[in-house]
Design a protein around this ligand. Structure first.
Ligand SMILES: CC(C)(COP(=O)(O)OP(=O)(O)OC[C@H]1O[C@@H](n2cnc3c(N)ncnc32)[C@H](O)[C@@H]1OP(=O)(O)O)[C@@H](O)C(=O)NCCC(=O)NCCS
Length: 242
């Protein structure tokens, strides 16, 4: 039997990427996407710490059939001189809404952030992720990150972290950091990704594992304060005298 002439293929949904614009439009969505997926409880000051200083290192993704103001994924980063000598980029938050996973959206967001940090002279990129976050570990390792060290009981939930590191070839000898540019104007898509729509969201959902039952290490606080978003929380509290 001939197929009906009214049968039409679904129009593929493209993914559009844009820079962070401003707190009113973007911060509630960033908080929603991060708080639904990441275990650390961040205060508003942590988000502002990153977004006010490095707005040009935050990117959001949204589907072409949706609104730029309804993002489904985000990345938030910072970049500064580590120990006064290394121009270091840091990926603080990365989250993709569950129903949109496994379409290379996170890969594209990381690429965008890496490109921006390389343009500002980054010599290395670091981040921490929970030691049992298989999806994040596979994602970053597929992009060339290596496990630099394990941080014991790094997170408030008692889980260990891996510090992941991506060394970058030097682009120039100038290690000074340019001033952060103003946030971009709203909703200018940066690039388009045409995701493969065949994946269901189920395989992207990781079953949370129970934290290991290990006694707290005496130096656990010291390790937690070493760096990372936790370190940022401490810095923010210190600055605000909380
Ligand atoms: C981790 C996360 C950001 C990945 O987002 P994503 O858009 O689905 O990732 P991508 O489609 O770009 O995946 C790229 C690669 O990562 C790996 N990967 C992604 N999800 C995976 C999973 N569930 N299991 C194993 N590997 C996975 C694969 O190697 C994949 O390559 P492939 O598509 O060729 O197989 C997403 O699962 C998420 O938001 N998780 C919750 C928040 C989080 O853990 N953030 C990271 C904290 S550091």
């Amino acid at each position: 039997m001939e197929p009906s002439s009214s049968t039409s293929l679904p129009v593929p949904v493209e993914i559009l990427y844009r820079p962070y614009t401003n707190e009113d439009d973007d911060l509630p969505h960033i908080q929603r996407l991060v708080e639904s997926e990441l275990s650390e409880p961040y205060t508003i000051y942590t988000y502002r710490y990153f977004l006010h200083q490095w707005p040009h290192l935050a990117f959001l993704a949204y589907p072409s059939n949706g609104s730029p103001n309804e993002p489904i994924a985000l990345i938030v980063c910072k970049q500064d001189l580590h120990r006064y000598k290394t121009n270091r980029g840091y990926i603080a938050m990365l989250s993709v809404s569950r129903e949109w996973r496994k379409r290379r959206i996170a890969s594209k967001l990381v690429d965008l952030a890496l490109e921006a940090m390389k343009n500002d002279g980054a010599e290395q990129i670091v981040l921490e992720t929970e030691s049992d976050n298989d999806a994040a570990l596979a994602l970053y390792e597929s992009l060339g990150f290596i496990r630099e060290k394990r941080l014991y009981r790094f997170y408030l939930n008692g889980k260990d972290a891996y510090r992941l590191l991506l060394p970058l070839p030097p682009l120039s000898t100038n290690r000074s950091l340019p001033p952060a540019p103003a946030p971009a104007q709203p909703s200018t898509p940066l690039l388009v990704n045409n995701p493969n729509q065949t994946e269901s969201n189920q395989d992207a959902v990781e079953a949370p594992k129970l934290p290991p039952r290990v006694p707290p290490r005496p130096d656990a606080e010291e390790v937690r304060g070493e760096e990372g978003v936790d370190g940022v929380e401490e810095e923010v509290r210190e600055r605000l005298r909380l």
